[in-house]
Design a protein around this ligand. Structure first.
Ligand code: ZN
Length: 242
C-alpha cells in the first residue's frame, strides 16, 4: 500500500490543492494527516473540508485546538495568536465539529502517529536526537510519524543509536532493519528553508519512504492573507520557507 502523509497545512489552500494533485498523480491509496489544518493561513474552512473528505486518518494539532477553544489563546503569542483569533471568528460549524472530533495521537500495529511527540502529542517538538531517542523509548512501533515542527526530518534508531536529521525533498529511506521517526514537514508553512509544500510517501510493499516537495503559487496565498488583514510577517515568511 502507498500512503501519503501530510501535516501542518495551516489553512494554506493553494499549497494543499497542489499537494493533493501531486498525490492523485502518485498512485496513493490513503492519506494520513498529522494535524494543524488551520491557524496562520487564510482559507481554514476549505482546508478542513478537503482534508475531511480525503484523509482516512487525521490528528488534531495545537492550532486546531486553540481555534475550537480547547486551548487558551494566551498560549499563542504575537502573530500566531492574532491569526488564531481571526480563524475563530470565521470558522464554520462543520469545520469546528470535525476538528473537535479529532485526537492528537493514534496508533496501529506497526505505526505510531502524533502531532507533536508521543510524550506530549500537542506541544512537544521533536527536532533533536535526544528528543527522538525519547520518542523511540516511549513507543514500540517500528515507525513513528510526527508533525508540528514544520521541518522534514528522518531519524533512525538501530544498535549504534540514533542518527539522521533534516530530510530534503527526494530523500529516500529504506525502512527494514531499523526503527524510524519521520516528519513529513509542513504543507502550508515550511520552516526548513525550502518554501515548497512538503509531504511524504510511505510504500509498505517496497518498505520505503520518500520525502516530496511540491511547488505552489505562494503569491496567491500571500494575497489572500493580506486581503484578510492577517499579520504581514506570516505572509512574508512563506516565500522563504522559514
Ligand atoms: Zn503547525
Amino acid at each position: 500500500m502507498r500512503i501519503a502523509v501530510i501535516s501542518d497545512i495551516h489553512a494554506n489552500l493553494h499549497a494543499l490543492q497542489a499537494v493533493l494533485a501531486a498525490i492523485a498523480a502518485d498512485d496513493v491509496e490513503e492519506i494520513w494527516c498529522l494535524g494543524d489544518l488551520v491557524g496562520y493561513g487564510p482559507r481554514p474552512n476549505e482546508c478542513v473540508a478537503l482534508v475531511r473528505e480525503r484523509a482516512s486518518v487525521c490528528l488534531v494539532g495545537n492550532h486546531d485546538l486553540a481555534v475550537v477553544e480547547r486551548l487558551d489563546l494566551a498560549l499563542f503569542m504575537g502573530p500566531a495568536g492574532t491569526a488564531a483569533r481571526w480563524t475563530r471568528s470565521v470558522l464554520e460549524d462543520d469545520a469546528r465539529s470535525f476538528l473537535l472530533s479529532l485526537e492528537p495521537a493514534a496508533w496501529g500495529e506497526d505505526v505510531y502517529l502524533a502531532h507533536g511527540s508521543p510524550r506530549d502529542p500537542v506541544w512537544e517538538y521533536v527536532l533533536s536526537e535526544p528528543a527522538a531517542a525519547t520518542a523511540f523509548a516511549d513507543t514500540s512501533e517500528p515507525l513513528v510519524l510526527v508533525g508540528h515542527s514544520h521541518v522534514a526530518l528522518a531519524i533512525a534508531l538501530d544498535d549504534r543509536g540514533v542518527t539522521g536529521g533534516v530530510a530534503e525533498g527526494g530523500t529516500e529511506i529504506d525502512l527494514p532493519g531499523r526503527r524510524h521517526l519521520l516528519n513529513p514537514g509542513s504543507v502550508g508553512q515550511p520552516r526548513d528553508g525550502d518554501p515548497r509544500a512538503a509531504w511524504l510517501v510511505i510504500d509498505t510493499s517496497a518498505a520505503r519512504a520518500t520525502f516530496r516537495r511540491t511547488g505552489y503559487p505562494i503569491e496567491l496565498t500571500q494575497a489572500e492573507m493580506r486581503e484578510r488583514g492577517l499579520p504581514e510577517v506570516l505572509a512574508a515568511r512563506l516565500a522563504h520557507g522559514a
